[in-house]
Design a protein around this ligand. Sequence first.
Ligand SMILES: Nc1ncnc2c1ncn2[C@@H]1O[C@H](COP(=O)(O)OP(=O)(O)O)[C@@H](O)[C@H]1O
Ligand SMILES: [Mg+2]
Length: 381
Amino acid sequence: MIGISPLFETAPPPRTPQQTVPAPRLEIRDLTRAFAGRGVVSGVSLKVMPGQVTCLLGPSGCGKSTTLRIIAGVDRQDAGGVYVDGAPISEAGLHMPPEERGIGLMFQDFALFPHLDVARNVGFGLKGPKAEIRARVESLLDKVGMRRHIDRYPHELSGGEQQRVALARALAPSPRILLMDEPFSGLDDRLRDDIRDETLAVLKAEGTAVLLVTHEPAEAMRMADEIALMRDGRVVQYGAPYNIYNAPTDREAAAFFSDINVIEGTVQGALCDTPFGDFLTPGLPDGTEVEIVIRPQHLKIDFDRQGRGPNPTTREGTPAAGTVERARFLGASSLVEFRMDHDGEILRASVPSVFLPKPGTRLWLMMRRDRCFVFPKRRAG
Ligand SMILES: Nc1ncnc2c1ncn2[C@@H]1O[C@H](COP(=O)(O)OP(=O)(O)O)[C@@H](O)[C@H]1O
Ligand SMILES: [Mg+2]
């Protein structure tokens, strides 16, 4: 990674020698699974600490659900292991049945039992004295804000309400680990944000270790303590949302989270010369083709000088000139498309929506140096 401040690295917390490191609540090591000779999960490893939410994030078909099914025990890996509190529950020669794993599941098509009311849906499968079960059910329904609906039937509830009941049901047996597979994808947008936040609060209050699968970056950023970014059956980057977003491992990882601009160049003497000035490319040999990646919100427009040439005292490298091709008002921001003088290519800048320049306006653009990522260009094929 080049061009990102070391401030973004998270240093491990200092430890005194007496402290022992707790085992991860859930750990998977080098999981591999192929279907008909095609590798779908290829050496996936990750950890979830108690009380932590880890998101397995990646495009559709990259192997997320297969990984979850292996952890749940409903599918079986070709190699690798699954460990709970440091003890194996599945590895070579060992396959603990799903119901003995102490792992809760919540999937997209969570089905409540239609013929049972909310209380019996949540209490389903709980063993013990009736009064204790009732107390647990009521306390969970309180947490998810559904206590007043305790006597209703699923068909009397909205989608969001059913979702809350499903969460209470998944948490009722106090699983040490909860696996969630795209649990919010059946809900509409506005409702979804609220339910995500409420769900997160309940999960944190219960102290459950959660592995949440999603293909939506916004959901992962909102929910996760850590994100494992998955592509083609592999974890390509693993870390806190802040680090994954601000220090992507490659162009694709950057592009997964937002629209990006790409400027191409060639390394000469550990520098790449561009219309925006020189960029450092340490460690890359002369002649390496590189891509300089920047998100639209980190392109700066020189509005103050209104196209009257570059400000001579900029600290953002060299400004480059372009003409506004299109500007779209998006509410909180405007998206401005520039056709750049130097190569005729389009660059997109996201600016506060108080700016909505007219097409044909000439302006100067600068790139926030601390927000550029320089990657060697990958050869096709
Ligand atoms: N039982 C199966 N048999 C054959 N192929 C499967 C099976 N389950 C999943 N796959 C394939 O494995 C790939 C990954 O699937 P999946 O883990 O469901 O991806 P994701 O959840 O990331 O969308 C897909 O191409 C899918 O078609
Ligand atoms: Mg899936």
